[in-house]
Design a protein. Sequence first.
Length: 136
Amino acid sequence: MFKNNEDEGYGPETNGVEDTLIGSSIKIEGDLVSNGSINVEGEVVGSLKTEKRLRVGEKAKVVADVKAQEAFISGTIQGNITVGGRLELSSTARVTGDIQSATLSIAAGAIFNGKSTMQEISSIKVEKKQEEVDEE
């Protein structure tokens, strides 16, 4: 009757990388960099990079250049988007900026103002700070 959350794909990731959730009441200004997935429900102003998946919720607002391996956009993005794999814009998505991705899906009702470049992109790598490189 009760299942272990980890059996369903919930709980800690096996590689030790945590997901980041930016709640609807949160506003971040600056550079957001993550090795794990990022879920934005609030607001991000600056730049946003992840080696994994980016999800932008329906009421979220991102004013930033975005780099991710995969992205699923339901909210508003003002900035350029670079995605190594699949980029999906839902019917509520509002994107102003250029898109570069390997695959692109735009649902009816989405608004996209910019240019799109479709090409195979190698995986997105997050740049390490010099201190982290020195420690290795």
